[in-house]
Design a protein around this ligand. Structure first.
Ligand code: NDP
Length: 284
């Protein structure tokens, strides 16, 4: 059975579902937004294994849960049980947010748009016409590549250990995307680490997905890994004079788009970012 929290009668409940879920930053992010907006919403983390995807969606309907974030391993598993999908979620075959449209449960994917929004917010630059090296071809990379296609970037080079996955991911980038190697990195404007290399608490902690020799001062380097906030890749990028952008921006912006789907409101990005950075700094 999937057990959802019961709110006080006046409270609207929102949740994040996935497994493991204990360390999710989503409750901190969304409860901060609800509090600042003075909304009587309460957001909880609920542990749900993949095999309980159908039961989970039924429970969301029966308990009138008004906002749902979806994380691993449920992003694809929930799809058959929803009423509608956004075009992005359909193309990516992955849902990270569920909202209601009257009686219908609609699946969205806000990762890619969150990435693009965070980049524009942090650099103040237009990305249309720029060239991107994306290292990685998993769920995060695919979402980013699809959104870069929509943002009309000039070139996307996908670099990944598994070549089959690289080809599949590059297809989402449209006619300006191709599969490449690390040697292509110097010719790009933006370099994005979309692998899990560098992530704290894993065997890849302290490592970099990109050899340092390919980094240049003209690069803007984005690491999707947000724990630690300052990854080895970002330190190496700053050392050569490149601009470094942490994964916190994407984390907050993709959540802000979810919040908007549920409430129709814009989220207080800066306040949330401050809280997230504070939390990650304390746990690392
Ligand atoms: P996936 O498991 O879907 O993909 C993992 C990717 O990392 C694959 O490309 C995989 O390559 C590569 N990889 C893993 N280990 C190695 C290794 N030892 N050597 C080479 N390549 C490796 O994960 P996601 O795409 O969901 O997430 C990727 C990272 O992005 C995670 O750290 C996640 O936390 C972060 N993320 C951040 C977000 C944010 O908001 N900032 C949002 C979503 C994700 P291969 O295909 O060859 O196995």
């Amino acid at each position: 059975m999937v057990n959802f929290p019961e709110g006080q009668t006046s409270q609207t409940i929102a949740i994040v579902v996935g497994q493991p879920i204990k360390h999710s930053l989503s409750p901190l992010i969304h409860n901060t937004a609800f509090t600042i907006a003075n909304l009587k919403w309460d957001y909880h983390a609920v542990e749900v294994p993949k095999e309980k995807a159908q039961e989970c969606i039924e429970a969301i309907r029966n308990n009138n849960i008004r906002g749902v974030s979806v994380t691993m391993p449920l992003k694809e598993a929930v799809i058959p049980f929803l009423d509608e999908l956004s075009e992005t979620a359909r193309e990516l075959k992955a849902v990270n947010c569920i909202s209601w449209d009257e009686e219908k449960l609609v699946g969205h994917n806000t990762d890619g748009e969150g990435f693009v929004n965070s980049l524009v917010a942090e650099t103040g630059e237009r990305i249309a016409g720029s060239s991107f090296a994306i290292v990685g071809a998993g769920g995060a990379a695919r979402a980013v590549i699809r959104s870069l296609r929509e943002a009309s970037v000039a070139k996307i080079t996908v670099i990944n250990r598994n070549q089959e996955k690289a080809i599949f991911a590059a297809e989402l980038g449209g006619v300006n995307a191709r599969v490449g190697t690390a040697e292509h990195i110097p010719e790009c404007d933006y370099v994005v680490n979309a692998t899990s290399i560098g992530m704290a608490g894993t065997e890849n902690e302290g490592k970099m997905s990109i050899p340092e020799k390919y980094l240049k001062d003209s690069h803007t380097v984005v690491d999707l890994v947000y724990n630690p906030i300052e990854t080895p890749l970002l330190s190496a990028a700053r050392k050569v004079g490149a601009t470094g952008i942490t994964g916190v921006g994407m984390l907050v912006h993709q959540a802000a788009l979810q919040y908007q789907h549920w409430t129709g409101l814009g989220a207080p990005i800066q306040e949330i970012e401050r809280k997230v950075i504070n939390e990650i700094t304390q746990i690392t």
